[in-house]
Ligand binder design. Structure first.
Ligand code: AHR
Length: 504
């Protein structure tokens, strides 16, 4: 029996809602057909934005969305994406499939999508191939409230007032697709560009610098040393790849060994976070600079027959476990990580949603975000769980359980717990401790259950509901005050919620 202990008297940090953010790039069918179909589409839409997608994202309270890339951001020229659509300049999307981008989804459309969903926009600027002036004018266009050439241009294009923009990224992966720069060079260029990213009036821009790729600690060291005083956040990109980049393996039809390898590689996230934070701490002992994990998720081979440049992959309960593990880690580091962005929103990599024409499928990853949404804006509670190692039969060792706990503003306690074991249930005893622990009763239990005989359980357009959360309350037994026991099935993710019993 594994003990899961949650101390209700120890609030450790606030979990910023943006920890549950996402990412949308001009890549494959993320924007076009995914988010945006245009006003004249037969697919139900409001101002061109798919109504089914907007409703699905509202249901999980998507807090923030990054756009327009990714690698695309450093070849994107925002002025090509404003004004009458029929006259917008076309460009070749050289990073992603070499397709022609007609720029019909631009700044106005992005803010409109965020408005409909009710999320914060996070815009990523072009440092790789754009000019300082271009970046500076984009900020003016989006956020300046007075009379200026850019605000007048915005008004002429139909947006009277400025938009609210908090997060702005200054370059993306500038160690690679964003210019192949060395860290000291990027640090200097970053310092220059960020100078002209003005905060107009009360409008404070939170500046995010390009951070390391995975375990490139030298990048973090140099950029923090030379430019740490000029940023609010440093981004980290880490994708879960099963095997190496040359042999990523398929999203479905994988072995038990692949299951465990993928989960082990996911757990590596914590080591990366610790390693980069330790370096950041040396240059920023007061923790003024946050770590922003603005790209993470699984990256497999594309689905057979699809454009290799579109990064379209299926999404199984293995991806659900990847999301659950990462979110439990992010919750635990929420004192230093105020935002993360899963890659990506629709039809790309570890997508929340897949579309095919007018059809839409919610993936197992979507349902994990659904279960975890109660952590948004809650306070992290001290928690721990006993674990045992699993995966030895596949020559991999991972702890079987992953957990985190929080308390919402209304006092409800949220626990999320994942069983990484491919084929073994875990007996768990949940123990709430603290002064009033005995007064708490279970108010909700929902589970996303995998299948030990079908590790790649997933939703498809023919079987859209093969995997979805189910009620699990009847399986949670109250043992004694503040103590509950349950069996957590193999390959599953569980949400438990407890509240203080109402008097009278
Ligand atoms: O998310 C896909 C790509 O992965 C992004 O464009 C890039 O930043 C990263 O390499």
């Amino acid at each position: 029996m594994a003990n899961l202990i949650v101390n209700l008297d120890r609030r450790l940090s606030h979990i910023n809602p943006e920890v549950y953010g996402n990412f949308s790039e001009h890549l494959g069918h993320c924007i076009y057909d995914g988010i945006y179909v245009g006003e004249n589409s037969a697919i139900p839409n409001v101002n061109g934005m798919r109504s089914d997608i907007v409703a699905a994202l509202k249901a999980i309270h998507l807090p923030v969305l990054r756009w327009p890339g990714g690698c695309f951001a450093d070849s994107y020229h925002w002025q090509d994406g404003i004004g009458p659509r029929q006259t917008r300049k076309r460009m070749v999307n050289t990073h992603w499939g070499g397709v022609v981008e007609d720029n019909s989804f631009g700044t106005h459309e992005f803010f409109e999508f965020c408005r409909q969903v009710g999320c914060e926009p996070y815009v990523n600027g072009n440092l790789g191939s754009g000019t300082v002036r271009e970046m500076s004018e984009w900020i003016e266009y989006m956020t300046f409230d007075g009379l200026s050439p850019m605000s007048q241009l915005r008004q002429a294009n139909g947006q009277a007032g400025p938009w609210h923009l908090k997060y702005f990224g200054i370059g993306n992966e500038n160690w690679g697709c964003g210019g192949n720069m060395r860290p000291s060079y990027y640090a200097d260029v970053y310092r220059r560009y960020q100078t002209y990213v003005r905060s107009y009036g009360d409008h404070q821009i939170y500046k995010i610098a390009c951070g390391p790729n995975s375990d490139d600690y030298a990048w973090t060291e140099e950029v923090m040393k030379l430019a740490g005083n000029y940023m609010d956040g440093l981004s980290l990109h880490y994708y879960t790849v099963n095997g190496d980049w040359e042999h990523k393996g398929p999203a479905t039809g994988f072995s038990k060994a692949d299951w465990y390898k993928t989960l082990k590689n996911t757990l590596h996230m914590e080591e990366l976070i610790r390693g980069h934070l330790a370096i950041m701490d040396r240059y920023d002992p007061q923790h003024k600079v946050d770590l922003i994990v603005d790209e993470w998720g699984t990256w497999y081979e594309v689905e057979p027959g699809t454009n290799p440049g579109f990064l379209y992959q299926q999404n199984t309960t293995r991806d659900a476990l990847v999301a659950a593990i990462n979110y439990n880690i992010f919750n635990k580091y929420s004192d230093r990580i105020p935002m993360t962005n899963l890659a990506q929103l629709v039809n790309v990599l570890q997508a929340l949603i897949l579309t095919d024409g007018e059809q839409m499928v919610l993936t197992p990853t979507y349902y994990v975000v659904d279960l975890y949404q109660h952590h948004q804006g809650a306070d992290l509670l001290e928690s721990m769980v006993d674990t045992r190692l699993v995966g030895q039969e596949a020559n991999v060792q991972v702890p079987d359980l992953s957990e985190s706990a929080s308390v919402s503003e209304d006092g409800t306690v949220n626990i999320t717990l994942a069983n990484l074991a491919a084929d073994r249930a875990a007996a768990v005893q949940v123990q709430l401790t603290g002064q009033s622990a005995a007064a708490y009763t279970l108010t909700e239990a929902r589970i996303l259950k995998g299948d030990r005989d079908c590790l790649d359980l997933h939703n498809s357009f023919t079987q859209p509901q093969a995997v979805r959360p189910a009620d699990y309350a009847a399986q949670v037994k109250a043992a004694q005050p503040g103590q509950f026991s349950l069996q957590l099935p193999a390959a599953s993710v569980l949400l438990l919620r407890f509240s203080q019993a109402q008097e009278g």
